[in-house]
Every structure is written in structure tokens, then in C-alpha cells.
Design a protein around this ligand. Structure first.
Ligand code: F6R
Length: 614
């Protein structure tokens, strides 16, 4: 949530900062701003609204200078207004300080009261302004020293950057619980909350650890720990390129990411399927054979879409690894105190690797001595670094706020993990070999599933004015129903509920009427007849029904088509892989419905990619 970009070097900072903000805008887009320095002058420009509002303002009033910090905001304290936008500036003249901040300062109101008692006047409702005011208060010609003093007073989380005309060639950054990376260039340095902001400028990054500070100048950068000792840094390569984060000819990131799925599913499997041993291999899992054999139970913890992938994972692990699995919302798991057996493996599932609740759940599991692994997309993210081991999705940047390709990659990785754990236990080489063949056929099936796009668009045209929709599925299709409902509500603002289809009779059926469409997931499988009965119950009450069925399934051709108002066909794949093909029409349905309703598909209201606050 929120994005930070900083630059110091020989070039004008403004275009670099704006470019970085555009790349980070998906992380928060309530307001944006920047501050640059020319000698002893600080130039502040900020606006409520999208980065576009800021760039229009910059055309009228450019911000000169080769040093600067910038921010795109997702409001936590105070509404999205020009005044509440970052940077926040405190102090006067050359003593001024500008600060941008991600995270939450939990003790800000007490600190604010103390400063107000000394006559300091606040201008915004934000928690961040207290940081700026405190730094200005402690400023004695050395920005780094002042930031150090202030960090000791703060409770909460921060990724922050500060500049001051007192030290006109410096940026000071600090992190605790909110990511920050230094970008290393030739005679220039960058600071960002996410390395994707630096795409096109540098691929060399240093990830700050919690409680570290950094000082950047054009020529050099230094990182310090909280005992003020210099830290030896590890410069890493960040290998996403410009094409990865552009729209690649699609009108929206979300549509591009939906259509990338044949490739991203293939990327998740690349080099991991072992045909000679009929199992899967994961370079970074860090489980020795003994730990693998001793593992008795798995807890999958995640939020949102990643949580839905976790439910698919539960079914996969139970079916193929014969292991008991629990799926927990990370936000609940972190505060519960469930009895967990010794040989339990906790797996956090996260696209961003920065979700605050998932990170806290991982840390709590580690604290209790469990092996805590991660399934993560963003390389070098906090969760990826803190986990005892894990599996990367290799899906490339997911920029659309609604998660799509991450979901299918997560399910693919979970299927391979179920194979891996299964083969270490009771799954025969024959079964393992069959799974490998079925997994290898997936990218092609996903590509064929995308052919439903035109049908889905036509169906969206018919139903986009609905105010409520229901999504029903059973077994492997239940989490897909949840995911379809989440996709629709988050980007089209239509109220939608996902349900296990049989559960409908216990309440939600009261919602069914001629204006409430239901999407039924009815691919070929063990519960087909059961789901069809549930479908009939909705039809009997006049509810319009859209069915998602398997191509080539004779019962779908007759039975489903004669009962449903619309049928979308997806490739016929084994039941445990059906989430990967049935999710696609639901993603497309949400996309087209949102477009038809005039919604901002990539930046839905009130949301942000990567939820780094509780
Ligand atoms: C929905 C969506 C969110 C995320 C959730 C977890 O489309 O994107 O529900 O899935 O915020 O995010 P990660 O996976 O980054 O931990």
C-alpha cells in the first residue's frame, strides 16, 4: 500500500520520480506528490487523485533539482486531500524536512500532542506529519542523526524517505515492517518501496532489512543498523524488464495478465517436474528428507485471492498427499492461539510477499518453532526473505489490482507440492507420472479456456446491470466460486457471494429472483449431478443461470444447455486441475462487467495492491 520513489544523481529527479510513481500507482492511488531540492530550496508539489493529477500540476509548476522523493498514497489517516498527500514538510527555510512514509505510526496522536504542547502547528490529519515534525524538531544540520533520534520514538511500521536542504545532496531512508530497496546506478542512486518502480533505470538492488537506515548520495550509499554500525550490503539482480510491467498492447493490465496465464502457468512448472522420479522438485524448499517424512500436517495461511488458492491447496493435499490441511485467513491465524502439533508445516501464500497479516502469521509460526514456508511471486519480498524456504511463482509483475495470474500460478504450485509430498509418502510412481503428464498439458488447456472471451463478453452485456450475483460450486469448484465472486465485487462493485452450491438452501436461496443471476460451476466430475440439482433449484425460482461446463461432456451439451440460460465451455481437464480453467471465464466476466459499468478495472475504488497495513 502506498509507493515511495527517491532519486539522487546527475539527472533531473522529477521525470524519474513520476515514472516510478506511475509504475507503483497500483499500490495506492488516492493522491500523489513529490519534493525536490535545489541547493537550500525545497520544492513541494502534491495533489489529491491519481498520478495524472500530479503530472498536470507539474506541467504548470515543474519541480527542479536532481534530488527528490515522491509518494503515491492509499489513505490510512485522513481523507485523500491535497494537504494529506505526501510528502509532508516541517520546519522553515533551510531547516525544512520533507518526508514520505508507508505504514502506520501507531503512537502518532501522543507524539502529536507533545509537539502541539510546544507550539508546533500541524497541517494534516496524517500520522506521517508527526514524523516530519519530529525530524525538523531534532534537526541540527545532520538529517541522518535527526532521523535516527526520531525512529527511536516511533511505534508502528514504516518505510520512509526524507530530504532536507540542510543536506542537499542526500536522501535518508529507513524501514521497519514496510519494504524499502536501494537501487544502485552509475553515479546515481534510487530508493523505492518496490523494485518494480526502478524498471528501466537499474536492475541492481539492495533490500533493506527491518530497523536498517540508508543514506544515498549520487556517488555512494551506506546502510546502517539500529546500533549505527555500517552494514555490509548484498547487491542483487532484479530481472523484471520494461515489457513485464507494461500493458503489452492490451487496454488494461488485468486483461493482459488474464491472457498471460498459459505462459505463467508454464513458468510456474518450468524445471520442476521430474519425469524420472515422477515427482516435483523445488530448489528453495529447504526441507531435508527427514523433515519431509516427519511432516504430519499442513497449515496454509493467506488473504483474499491467495486464501482461495489455499482452499484449492487443501483439497489437493488431502487427495494426493493424504495429509490433513487447514486453511486459515492470515488475519485470524496471527491472533489465534491454536494448538499446533510439532510436525506441522506452515505455508504462507502471497503474490506480493508484503501482505501485513500474512507476514505476521509467518512470523508467529516461526516464533513458535514451526517450519514456515512461502509460496510467493515477488522475488526478494519480505515474506520471501523471511520464510524458511519456499517456491516462487515466476509469474512476472502482477499490476492489475485484481489478482488473476497469481491465482492460477499459486494453484499450479500447490498441485506440484501435493505431488511432491504425495510421492514422499504413499503416491505411486504410476500416479505421479500421470499427474506430471496432466500438469504438462495445462498451459495448452489454459490457452484454450481463453477462447471463451467473446462468449463471456456477450453474457456480461446481458447481465452487467444486476445488483447481486451468486457463484456456486462444490469440491474443487467451491474456492473457484469464492474467487469468482471476489473478482466481480472488487472491480464491478456488484454485490456477489460465492457459496458451496448445496449450502445455498441454508439461506442464500432467499436472494434468488428473476433479477439475481447465478453462475454455476458444473464441469464434468464426481459431484456433477449434485450441482445440477442445486442449479435446478435456482431455475425453479426463476433465477437466471450461467453455467460453466466441460467441452465434450455429452451431459453438458444436453442437460446443462437445456436448463441454464447461458453455458460457457472450458477444456475438459482432470477434476483437480479444473480450478485453473474454470477461473478464467470468471475473471473475464468480472473484467467485461466492470468495463461495461464504466469502472476503473485496474484501479478499483478503495483498494490497493499489496495490503501492507493490518
Ligand atoms: C484480490 C486480491 C487480494 C489479494 C490479497 C492478498 O483480487 O488481489 O484479495 O489476493 O490482498 O495479497 P497477496 O497475495 O499479495 O498476499
Amino acid at each position: 500500500m502506498c509507493g515511495i520513489v527517491g532519486y539522487v544523481g546527475p539527472r533531473e529527479a522529477e521525470p524519474i520520480l513520476v515514472d516510478g510513481l506511475r509504475r507503483l500507482e497500483y499500490r495506492g492511488y488516492d493522491s500523489a506528490g513529490l519534493a525536490t531540492l535545489t541547493g537550500d530550496r525545497l520544492h513541494l508539489r502534491k495533489r489529491a487523485g491519481r498520478v495524472g493529477e500530479l503530472t498536470s500540476f507539474l506541467q504548470e509548476q515543474p519541480a527542479p533539482g536532481c534530488v527528490g522523493i515522491s509518494h503515491t498514497r492509499w489513505a490510512t489517516h485522513g481523507a485523500a486531500t491535497d494537504t494529506n498527500a505526501h510528502p509532508h514538510v516541517a520546519g522553515t527555510g533551510a531547516n525544512q524536512v520533507a518526508v514520505v512514509h508507508n505504514g502506520v505510526i501507531e503512537n502518532y496522536s501522543g507524539l502529536k500532542r507533545q509537539l502541539e504542547a510546544e507550539g508546533i502547528v500541524f497541517h494534516s490529519q496524517t500520522d506521517t506529519e508527526v514524523v516530519a515534525q519530529l525530524i525538523a524538531y531534532h534537526m541540527d544540520g545532520d538529517l541522518l542523526a535527526a532521523v535516527r533520534k526520531v525512529l527511536k520514538l516511533l511505534k508502528g511500521t514504516y518505510g520512509l524517505a526524507a530530504v532536507s536542504p540542510q543536506n542537499p545532496d542526500q536522501i535518508v531512508g529507513a524501514r521497519l515492517g514496510s519494504p524499502l530497496v536501494v537501487g544502485v546506478g552509475e553515479g546515481e542512486h534510487f530508493l523505492a518501496s518496490d523494485p518494480s518502480a526502478l524498471i528501466g533505470y537499474t536492475q541492481k538492488v539492495v533490500y533493506l532489512q527491518d530497523r536498517e537506515l540508508c543514506v544515498l548520495t549520487g556517488e555512494d550509499f551506506h546502510v546502517y543498523d539500529d546500533a549505527e554500525a555500517r552494514v555490509t550490503t548484498n547487491v542483487q539482480n532484479f530481472d523484471w524488464d520494461v515489457g513485464d510491467s507494461d500493458k503489452g498492447g492490451f487496454p488494461h493490465h488485468m486483461l493482459k495478465e488474464i491472457f498471460e496465464q498459459p505462459e505463467t502457468v508454464a513458468a510456474a512448472m518450468r524445471g520442476r517436474l521430474d519425469e524420472s522420479d515422477q515427482t516435483a522438485h523445488f530448489g528453495g524448499l529447504n526441507l531435508d528428507p527427514q523433515q519431509l517424512r516427519q511432516a504430519e500436517r499442513v497449515i496454509l495461511t493467506a488473504c483474499g485471492t491467495s486464501y482461495h488458492a489455499g482452499i484449492v491447496g487443501e483439497y489437493l493435499f488431502e487427495e494426493f498427499a493424504r495429509m490433513p490441511v487447514e486453511v486459515e485467513y492470515a488475519s485470524e491465524f496471527r491472533y489465534r492461539n491454536p494448538p499446533i502439533d510439532r510436525n506441522t508445516i506452515v505455508i504462507a501464500i502471497t503474490q506480493s510477499g508484503e501482505t501485513a497479516d500474512t507476514l505476521a502469521a509467518l512470523r508467529e509460526s516461526k516464533r513458535k518453532g514451526h517450519r514456515a514456508l512461502a509460496i510467493c511471486n515477488v522475488v526478494g519480498s519480505t515474506i520471501a526473505r523471511e520464510a524458511d524456504g519456499g517456491v516462487y511463482l515466476h509469474a512476472g509483475p502482477e499490476v492489475g489490482v485484481a489478482s488473476t495470474k497469481a491465482f492460477t500460478s499459486q494453484v499450479t504450485v500447490l498441485a506440484m507440492l501435493a505431488l511432491f509430498f504425495g510421492r514422499a509418502r504413499h503416491l505411486s510412481s504410476l500416479q505421479g507420472g500421470r499427474m506430471i503428464e496432466e500438469l504438462q498439458a495445462l498451459p495448452d488447456a489454459v490457452a484454450r479456456a481463453l477462447r471463451c472471451n467473446d462468449d463471456v463478453r456477450r453474457i456480461a452485456e446481458k447481465y452487467h446491470t444486476a445488483t447481486t450475483m451468486l457463484f456456486m460450486g462444490r469440491q474443487y469448484m467451491y474456492p473457484v466460486a469464492l474467487e469468482g465472486a471476489l473478482k466481480l465485487k472488487e472491480i464491478s462493485y456488484i454485490h456477489a457471494e460465492g457459496y458451496p452450491a448445496a449450502e445455498m438452501k441454508h439461506g442464500p436461496i432467499a436472494l434468488v429472483d428473476t433479477d439475481t443471476p447465478s453462475i454455476f460451476l458444473t464441469p464434468r466430475g464426481s459431484v456433477f449431478d449434485k450441482v445440477m440439482s442445486n442449479l435446478e433449484e435456482v431455475k425453479a425460482r426463476g433465477g437466471p443461470v450461467i453455467a460453466i461446463a466441460s467441452e465434450g461432456d455429452p451431459r453438458a451439451a444436453d442437460y446443462v444447455s437445456s436448463r441454464a440460460d447461458e453455458v460457457v465451455f472450458v477444456p475438459d481437464v482432470p477434476e483437480y486441475l479444473q480450478p485453473l480453467v474454470t477461473a478464467i471465464p470468471l475473471q473475464l466476466f468480472a473484467y467485461h462487467t466492470a468495463l461495461l459499468r464504466g469502472c476503473d478495472v485496474d484501479k478499483p475504488r478503495n483498494l490497493a495492491k499489496s495490503v501492507t497495513v493490518e
